[in-house]
Design a protein around this ligand. Structure first.
Ligand SMILES: Nc1nc2c(ncn2[C@@H]2O[C@H](COP(=O)(O)OP(=O)(O)OP(=O)(O)O)[C@@H](O)[C@H]2O)c(=O)[nH]1
Ligand SMILES: [Mg+2]
Length: 432
């Protein structure tokens, strides 16, 4: 393998080699301490998801950005002391670091330094299991690493006995490395296109039977997979970890009254989700937002509920589904006090209080969902003459038949049809 890819791989597993992390939260001007602290808590959750224990954390008021280190010189020295006191080998920033800042801080502190984006990329890399997810994450990682190649090269040249006097050679090498990575990126894109083609074929197959579709979207850890399990009685992986789900999982849900729908659980969102990841997962997410109804699941117990709702709405808008109607589910209501419930209902009058754990509110959710789906597929009556049994066969295969009655003149069917089907079968429609 080319050296550059070995270097990149080393970088990819860097955080996994670390044993004790210090977290640095940045309080931006105008941000409350409480909000900055809950962002820091979220970062701790992310780092924990990587399996790295946190030894300590610092909240820094950032008045101005120091181009070399992001932090001011005094702060950098303060952190040096904290690292020594706690014997940490990793420093994690909640905000983005430029490649140069990252390199300067690593050299200064003698520890690994990563930012929030890299943590999220690492988690996604750990979780990815299907070929599509693996490729998507690898692509996002490469794009993240490309501008950081200078740093990879610095490490490499040091190993080879110092960069001094070698500078010219180093830069030529850097160019070659860049080209190698770019060509790897285009290979990934080609492989991804192939995998997506296969998924499209599977999706089209599903669409041959026009069962309505519902997707679950929302902030990570909101309880989307739990809700899918509660509604469909299945056993999708549920974990108290951020980004437990990366690949969309679809389940068929059948209800009484001839209602059925496909419900898809999907990757969760998070604030400052790296753009490369949104891009990488765009095709999987777009499929989710194409659903007939979108259920936005939020964790009602979280202090940051409103921010989570906003982040999710923003990503949905970015994916082009900002105006599609959706149901807001305020999950985990079993953990709320009576007062909290009232306050929440006041703040989110349209939100449905639900608990995937106790089942509270699930029936109401299904009723609302049913009403939305029914509105798009009303019940109609069709009458088929005896020579059109082919239509009957097709209806049974492709639609939801609720009832059928034979008589002397043929067959009367009660069916649910969407507008496209109603148009196609208009000659058989009976006015009732
Ligand atoms: N108390 C309570 N906890 C819940 C409820 N629903 C889910 N949880 C917990 O919340 C955590 C996350 O649940 P998941 O269903 O994995 O959440 P998710 O939205 O699929 O998360 P990602 O796949 O990581 O985006 C788990 O620890 C669940 O047990 C609920 O109704 N009440
Ligand atoms: Mg999940």
């Amino acid at each position: 393998m080319d050296n550059i890819f070995i270097e990149l791989e080393k970088r990819d597993i860097l955080s996994r080699m670390c044993e004790k992390a210090i977290l640095i939260g940045i309080r931006e001007s105008g941000e409350t301490v409480q909000k900055a602290e809950s962002h820091l808590d979220e970062l701790e959750g992310l780092v924990h998801s990587l399996g790295i224990p946190t030894a300590g954390s610092l909240l820094v008021n950032l008045k101005s950005i120091h181009p070399r280190w992001l932090l001011g010189k005094g702060k950098v020295e303060e952190v040096t002391q904290v690292i020594a006191d706690l014997d940490a080998d990793l420093v994690v920033f909640d905000s983005d670091l430029s490649p140069a800042q990252q390199r300067n801080l690593e050299e200064n502190w003698g520890t690994a330094v990563i930012d929030r984006r890299e943590v999220i990329l690492d988690i996604f890399a750990d979780r990815a299991s299907t070929r599509e997810a693996v490729l998507q994450v690898a692509l996002a990682r490469m794009k993240y690493s490309l501008p950081r190649l200078t740093r990879a090269w610095t490490h490499l040249s040091r190993q080879r006995g110092g960069a001094k006097g070698n500078r010219g050679k180093g830069e030529t090498q850097l160019e070659t490395d860049r080209r190698l990575v770019l060509s790897k990126i285009s290979n990934f894109k080609r492989d991804l296109a192939k995998v997506r083609e296969q998924r499209d074929v599977r999706r089209k197959k599903r669409l041959e039977r026009p069962v309505p579709s519902v997707s679950l979207v929302g902030y990570t850890n909101a309880g989307k997979s739990s809700l899918l399990n509660a509604v469909s009685g299945s056993q999708v992986l549920v974990e108290d970890k951020l980004f437990a789900t990366l690949d969309p999982t679809t389940r068929r849900v059948e209800q009484t009254g001839g209602r059925e729908f496909l419900m898809t659980d999907t990757v969760g969102f998070i604030r400052k989700l790296p753009h490369d990841l949104v891009d990488a997962f765009r095709s999987t997410l777009e499929e989710a937002v194409l659903a007939d109804v979108i259920i936005h699941v939020a964790d009602a117990h979280s202090h940051e509920l409103d921010e989570h709702v906003k982040v999710t709405e923003n990503v949905l808008r970015e994916l082009g589904s900002g105006d599609k109607t959706r149901l807001l589910v305020l999950n985990k209501c079993d953990s709320l006090t009576k007062d909290e419930r009232e306050a929440l209902s006041f703040r989110h009058p349209r939100g449905l209080l639900v608990s995937a754990h106790t089942g509270e509110g699930i029936q109401t959710l299904l009723d609302k969902l049913g009403a939305r789906l029914d509105a798009s597929r009303p019940i109609v009556t069709l009458h088929l003459p005896p020579d059109r049994w082919d239509v009957r066969a097709r209806l049974h295969k492709e639609s939801t038949v609720i009832d059928e009655q034979y008589d002397d003149e043929g067959l009367t069917l009660t069916v649910r049809l969407n507008s496209e089907e109603r148009g196609r079968l208009s000659e058989f429609l009976v006015d009732v």
